[in-house]
Design a protein around this ligand. Structure first.
Ligand code: UDP
Ligand code: MG
Length: 333
C-alpha cells in the first residue's frame, strides 16, 4: 500500500527460482485481492534465487504498488523466507502462499472469511492433492507421525496456504529457534484455529525445490523442534534392547552348557545378525542425539536465520528507514 494506508491483509510468498511463475501468479493473485476491497500488501521474499526471479519481481512493482520485494543474501530456505515476510508484514491478517500456483489464489477469500468469523489461525488441507504419488505417501506418513509426536492435531502440515493473525506471527518471529516449522508451531499459539479444505493444482512451471534429502531434513526439523519424544523413545528402545540382549546372552550360555561346544559354533551367524541390529540401533540413536545437539549448537552460535540484502521501497515500513529495517531483520530470531 505504499506506506499510505496500513494494510489489513498481507500476503507473504517465498520464492526460490520461480521466475517463470511470477507473471502467471500475479495475473491471478492481484485480481482476487482487489476483489476483496480491503487494503492489502503482497510481500515476495526472494530466497537466494539464481534465476531472474528478483528482476521479474521488481519489474512488476510499477504495475502493482502493493508489491514489496525482500531479497535474501543467499538461500535460507522456505521457512526462513516466510519468517522474513512475517517480520515485514503490517497487516492484521497474514496469508502465506506458494509461488508455483499449487495453492490457487482464488481460495484466499475463503481464508479471509474465516478471519472475519473470528478465527486467529486458518489452516488448510489439500483436497485432491496434485503431487506425485511418492510425495503424497511420504506426506501422509509425516502428518501421522507429527500429529503423534507433537500433540498438534493438524490435518495437513505441508499445505502452505495458511492464514495467521498478526498476534500469532509476532509470537513466531520472537521464537529464537534456529529452524522452525511454521504451521505446527503456529498451532501452539492459536486460540481459535480452524482448518478448511482448499483445492490443489500441479506446479505450473519449474521443479519442486524439495529433494528427498531436503524432505528428510524438514521432517527432522519438524520432529525435533516440537518434542522430546524421540529422545524418550531412544531411552525406551535402548532399555528394551539391553534387556533382550541380556536374556539372549543367558540363553546362549545355558544352551552352550546343555548342548556342548559344537552347537555354539553354528550359532555364530545368528550372533552376527543380532550384532548388526544392535549396531544399527546405536547409529540411529547417535543420529538423533546429534540432531538435538546440533540444534543447541546453532542456537548458541546465534547465527541469523536469514540475512536480507535488500528490501525494495514499496513496503519498507513508514516509520523507519530501509537500512535500519534491514539491519534489524538480520538479527537472529
Ligand atoms: N521455496 C523457497 N526456498 C527454498 C525452497 C522453496 O522459498 O529453499 C519456495 C518455493 O519457491 C515455493 C515454495 O517455497 O514458492 C514451495 O516450494 P516447492 O513448490 O518447491 O515445494 P513443494 O510444492 O514441492 O512442496
Ligand atoms: Mg510446490
Amino acid at each position: 500500500m505504499n506506506g499510505q494506508v496500513s494494510p489489513t491483509l498481507s500476503v507473504v510468498i517465498p520464492m526460490k527460482n520461480e521466475a517463470p511463475n511470477v507473471s502467471p501468479l500475479f495475473e491471478r493473485l492481484f485480481p482476487v485481492l482487489y476483489g476483496l476491497s480491503l487494503p492489502f500488501e503482497v510481500i515476495c521474499v526472494d530466497d537466494g534465487s539464481t534465476d531472474q526471479t528478483f528482476s521479474r519481481l521488481t519489474q512488476q512493482q510499477e504495475r502493482y504498488p502493493e508489491l514489496c520485494v525482500i531479497s535474501f543474501a543467499r538461500n535460507f530456505g522456505q521457512h526462513a523466507a516466510v519468517m522474513a515476510g512475517f517480520n515485514q508484514a503490517r497487516g492484521e491478517w497474514i496469508i502465506t502462499l506458494d509461488a508455483d500456483l499449487q495453492n490457487p489464489p482464488e481460495e484466499i477469500p475463503k481464508l479471509v472469511a474465516a478471519f472475519r468469523e473470528g478465527h486467529d489461525l486458518v489452516g488448510t488441507y489439500r483436497e485432491n492433492r496434485k503431487d506425485p504419488y511418492f510425495r503424497k505417501l511420504a506426506s501422509d506418513m509425516v502428518n501421522r507421525m507429527t500429529r503423534k509426536i507433537s500433540g498438534v492435531s493438524l490435518k495437513d502440515f505441508g499445505c502452505m496456504l495458511r492464514g495467521y493473525t498478526r498476534e500469532i506471527t509476532q509470537q513466531l518471529v520472537k521464537e529464537r529457534e534456529y529452524r522452525i516449522f511454521i504451521p505446527a508451531l503456529a498451532a501452539l499459539y492459536a486460540k481459535n484455529p480452524v482448518e478448511i479444505p482448499v483445492s490443489h493444482a500441479p506446479r505450473v512451471e519449474g521443479d519442486s525445490k524439495y529433494s528427498f534429502a531436503k524432505l528428510i531434513s524438514l521432517q527432522l526439523d519438524l520432529m525435533t523442534s516440537l518434542s522430546l519424544a524421540p529422545l524418550r523413545l531412544l531411552f525406551l528402545m535402548g532399555s528394551a534392547i539391553a534387556i533382550l540382549g541380556i536374556s539372549f546372552g543367558c540363553l546362549l550360555i545355558i544352551l552352550r552348557i546343555i548342548l556342548g561346544p559344537n552347537w555354539a559354533a553354528q550359532g555364530i551367524f545368528t550372533l552376527f545378525a543380532i550384532l548388526f541390529i544392535l549396531i544399527g540401533g546405536q547409529f540411529i540413536a547417535f543420529g538423533l542425539l546429534g540432531e538435538y545437539i546440533g540444534r543447541i549448537f546453532q542456537e548458541v552460535r546465534g547465527h541469523p536465520v536469514y540475512v536480507i540484502k535488500q528490501i525494495l521501497p514499496a513496503c519498507s515500513s513508514d516509520d523507519k528507514p530501509p537500512e535500519q529495517a534491514g539491519a534489524e531483520r538480520s538479527n537472529p530470531l
